[in-house]
Design a protein around this ligand. Structure first.
Ligand code: MN
Length: 261
């Protein structure tokens, strides 16, 4: 029996809502800022080519300048040295671009401790309450961090010791990479690892373990508070940059709503 007519009907009636999880791309969009001697990525920027003027009397268009890892973006396995022989961002399988979303809400804990780390037990608790993590799907770590997205300093949350933002413990990162069937892991923060993760063993365990295992990352997500813990469908659409280590992405979720009566 065809399923798409029912989906289209549900989208028309609002029984299924499309939620945009993407940070708008503009010069003020927060980016990762690494300390010296490391190279940093570019802010997003428009460079106008013409705007109904001598350079283009009837048309407006721009060149865009951006890093691969600017705004809401995908990390491909090849982004990390542990995944250097893995897929680039153009090789994200279309079947992975659309998948079930498991949403773990640890925003209350993060409010108490901005350095909060996701542990295996938190994921196990979610599984006990709902179901097993979705095979080939996405685990989304809801921290409330997106509420800081309008303020670069609050989003980075750095002091003299470096940034204080939530992430994943080394043990949990290894477990997610090796012992779960998820295809990818998504966060609200600027990267999938904690702000303090440069000092972990191994450093940046989420990047190291997940990308090394051929899994995918997605960052700077918004509106995760509009998703149910289980039952949403995620749609992740990075640009197919050949050889790219990542790409800005439009990320949407399909969410079941109570029908309007
Ligand atoms: Mn990245």
């Amino acid at each position: 029996m065809p399923a798409l007519p029912d989906l289209l009907q549900a989208l028309t009636t609002g029984a299924v809502e499309v939620v945009d999880l993407t940070t708008p791309l503009q010069e003020s969009t927060p980016i990762l800022e690494l300390p010296p001697p490391f190279a940093n990525t570019s802010r997003f920027r428009l460079e106008e080519l013409s705007r109904y003027d001598a350079a283009g009397p009837a048309w407006y268009w721009n060149d865009i300048h951006t890093g691969e890892h600017t705004g809401t973006h995908v990390d491909a396995p090849v982004h990390w040295v542990t995944g250097k022989d893995g897929a680039d961002v153009s090789e994200l399988p279309p079947s992975t671009m659309v998948g079930a979303a498991a949403v773990l809400d640890l925003s209350a804990a993060v409010k108490e401790d901005p350095d909060f780390l996701l542990e295996v037990e938190h994921v196990r608790e979610w599984e006990d309450r709902h179901r097993a993590l979705p095979e080939g799907g996405w685990l989304l770590f809801r921290t409330g961090w997106a509420s800081r997205g309008h303020d670069a300093a609050a989003f980075a949350n750095a002091d003299e010791h470096g940034p204080h933002t939530p992430g994943v413990s080394p043990e949990c990162a290894r477990w997610l990479a090796e012992e779960t069937a998820i295809a990818g892991f998504g966060v609200e923060t600027v990267g999938t690892d904690a702000g303090a993760a440069a000092g972990f063993t191994p450093p940046f365990p989420c990047h190291s373990a997940l990308l090394g295992a051929g899994k995918w990352g997605v960052t700077s997500l918004r509106n995760l508070d509009r998703l149910p813990p289980a039952g949403a469908t995620l749609i992740v659409c990075p640009l197919p940059i050949v050889g790219g280590s990542g790409s800005p992405a439009r990320v949407l979720a399909l969410v079941e709503r109570e029908p309007v009566r």
